[in-house]
Design a protein around this ligand. Sequence first.
Ligand code: HEC
Ligand code: HEC
Ligand code: HEC
Ligand code: HEC
Ligand code: HEC
Length: 510
Amino acid sequence: MTRTTRSVAWTLGATMIAALAGTMIPAVPSLMSGTDAFAQETKRSKAGKQSKQAKQQEAWPIGDDIDDPAAWGKVFPLHYELYKMTAEMGRTKYGGSEAEPRTPTDKDPRTTVAKSKVDVDHGLRTMWQGYAFAADFREERGHAYMLEDQKYTKRQVVVNQPGACLNCHASTYLANKKAGDGDITKGFEKINAMPFSEAVKLVEHPVTCIDCHDPNTLALRITRPAFIEGIRDYKASQGIQNYDVNAQATQAEMRAYVCGQCHVEYYFKGNERRLVFPWAKGIKVEQIQAYYDEIKFRDWTHKETGAPALKAQHPEFELWSQGIHARAGVTCADCHMPKMMFKGANLSDHWVRSPLLNIKNACLGCHQKHDTNVTERELKERVEQIQDRHFKLREDAMEALMGLIEDLKSAKAAGRSDAELSSARYLQRRAQFYLDFVEAENSTGFHAPQEAARILGESLNYARQGQIAVRDPNFKPTVAIVDMPPPATPAAAPAPTAPPAPVAPQGAPK
Ligand code: HEC
Ligand code: HEC
Ligand code: HEC
Ligand code: HEC
Ligand code: HEC
């Protein structure tokens, strides 16, 4: 489907809402029934009738330079109301979020935070030794918190983070547009390279309407250069050249792609700290691993073992794409923003959250089409059964990794040489990345149960092979050992005259 049909598809929704909610928004181009909203838009700007535009501004107080969700909320009060609900917190067995009260300080004014994960799970801290994540890593919570949680995480204290962090934690569309004089990619490049403390002054809101919607047609759109480039690389790996996501994606794809702008694995490339999605070889874990191995990338060097380590972060898009729901065309929005009746209007739930807090709308409608007897309770139990099994295997993989880390520590203490330990260190890198890939993924296996189990099985296998490699110099692992050169020492880094100095030591401390 083209971009045009997307906006027309939306037209029906908006007309329904306008009718149902009794609101009148007559001057909106996308509400001209049966017409091509994009074509209308072009005609309109060509005509350039000032008075008409002023009138439209009044009836349609939103535009490509207005990012304040409250302004959009004047036209779409029900969407705005739901959007603000992302500040609510609620727990599920493995997910959701829980408010932990805290006493605000000058340095960190938050009155609640989400639960710590590193304090509870010592395996995580051990696996991240020497990296900012060992200092602070929490359960994620609703979109309303994304900007403040990023500002005040202790990971900002232990490392000077770059502006690139902001791409997924704020409404950056306007900031990029302004910084790039109208060119969002130029703005993106500029802001990536700034220190976080400077860049954060350019943004005001968490992700908001303008980041996902065209202001004139309300059609979904991709506003993040990293996704535009990442999906182009991924499509190229499948033989599709020069893919242009905003022109070529279908309506259904867009319902996953808007989320895939942030809920993905990433790294910061080079001194310019460009945000890159490592998809040039594909989006499965071994393809991402191969990408990092080829460019000899490490996020950091493990403090206790010397392994060239990688940190995986929230690959929801990647894991979902390997599951049965993606296969059946079921997208992120189907489960996390389901259609619902709200105050008499039929709309997409903009209270993005765990679907287990919303099973009736998120799952039941669709599943009852196949099995009229299925209940909310049964679906919840099926999810939890998948998650329980997943979590057990995750614990086994974690134990195997801890075994390898212990063995490497002892071998190092016993004075074994770097050359002797290089196989085991590479296997730690690999076991750890695979484990972290599903650990950092936030569905506890649900998005693609069998793929998650495969990844954990392989992680466990690499960790145990690493333990053998520590003991037996003649052992041949089942994967090729990739030689990882030591990171550039500070002395070898580019002269400090180059603007702006790389703020993180190596890699992408998230
Ligand atoms: C078939 C329904 C379904 C689809 C499709 C789906 N998810 Fe999920 N998602 C779930 C369920 C169920 C959970 C587990 C929630 C829990 O444990 O509380 C979950 C968990 C999550 C979480 C963690 C939520 C929390 O509260 O801890 C995030 C983030 C997430 N999904 C994002 C995505 C993204 C992004 C996509 C698309 C790329 C996607 N999901 C596709 C059903 C779905
Ligand atoms: C601009 C980046 C961005 C986009 C776009 C985005 N998210 Fe998120 N999402 C985040 C961040 C960051 C958090 C964590 C915020 C925090 O913990 O403070 C988050 C949290 C979540 C959660 C956890 C909520 C909870 O209560 O635990 C879910 C579920 C989720 N997102 C799903 C989605 C879905 C589905 C989409 C697409 C419709 C989407 N997100 C689009 C960045 C984004
Ligand atoms: C993270 C992305 C995201 C953000 C942020 C977002 N939306 Fe949406 N919105 C969606 C998705 C996905 C749909 C479903 C669109 C579809 O399938 O065509 C949607 C649909 C809509 C629709 C069409 C009717 C409906 O409910 O399906 C309206 C109107 C709308 N959004 C308004 C808003 C407003 C107003 C805001 C800000 C307060 C906002 N949206 C913020 C993703 C987003
Ligand atoms: C838009 C439709 C749709 C929605 C929404 C949806 N599902 Fe599904 N679900 C499917 C389809 C289709 C299949 C695959 C059936 C098949 O091929 O056998 C499936 C499969 C499943 C399976 C079997 C998974 C497996 O690996 O075998 C479970 C469990 C499940 N869904 C639970 C859920 C839950 C929980 C939700 C809500 C969070 C949900 N579904 C939302 C359509 C949907
Ligand atoms: C590609 C998008 C993206 C980038 C870039 C990004 N984040 Fe996030 N961040 C997310 C998403 C999505 C979540 C929610 C899911 C999760 O926590 O796993 C999140 C969650 C968080 C959280 C809350 C949970 C936690 O980890 O304690 C913090 C804090 C955070 N990010 C800080 C940062 C910092 C600091 C940077 C820069 C080094 C950064 N983020 C860069 C997407 C991103």
